[in-house]
Design a protein around this ligand. Structure first.
Ligand code: UDP
Ligand code: MG
Length: 152
């Protein structure tokens, strides 16, 4: 089986995750999985940023509540890098609805409601590229060697 190419993906610990004091725990899961933090930022998403981030959902009934939630307090934005990082992070995040997300996933272990479901993760190469550019500029990315990279 091929090892998978190195990808970058966007993760947001959503305002509910930050308010619950889970940002460190969630980031730790990704670090332990050998994903590398290449950029990080604590910020409050503006309504304009939320509209761009969630443009694919603009016509959905849950959209107004989603924008209200994502702009309700700070998020921890992370650019994570690793082998097949986009798919690996989505697996770790779990299904959208925490009530049916598998135990062992972030939403399955910590969540109970759909809108405040703790975390966002890019779902494809195109989404990752588009979403990373909303939160990070070229100079935000750091280059360094993870000590466990040989085994990652
Ligand atoms: N969402 C919601 N109600 C729904 C579906 C989604 O409030 O019925 C919210 C939820 O916070 C979710 C976000 O909208 O994370 C984006 O939805 P998507 O289907 O892209 O889910 P995700 O990719 O985050 O799993
Ligand atoms: Mg999505």
């Amino acid at each position: 089986m091929p090892e998978g190419t190195i990808e970058r993906t966007l993760v947001l610990v959503k305002p509910d995750g930050v308010r619950r004091g889970l940002a460190g725990d969630l980031l730790g899961r990704f670090e332990r999985k050998t994903l590398k933090i290449v950029a990080a930022r604590l910020l409050t998403v503006t309504p304009q940023m939320a509209a761009k981030h969630y443009e694919e959902h603009a016509s959905k009934p849950f959209y107004p509540g989603l924008v209200t939630h994502i702009t309700s307090g700070p998020v921890l934005a992370l650019a994570l890098e690793g082998r097949s990082a986009i798919g690996v992070v989505r697996l770790m995040v779990g299904a959208t609805n925490p009530q049916t997300a598998a135990p062992g996933t972030i939403r399955g272990d910590f969540g109970s409601a759909v809108t405040p479901n703790l975390i966002h993760a890019s779902d494809s190469t195109a989404s990752a590229e588009r979403e990373l550019a909303l939160y990070f500029g070229p100079s935000d990315y750091q280059t360094y060697h993870r000590l466990d990279a040989e085994f990652a």
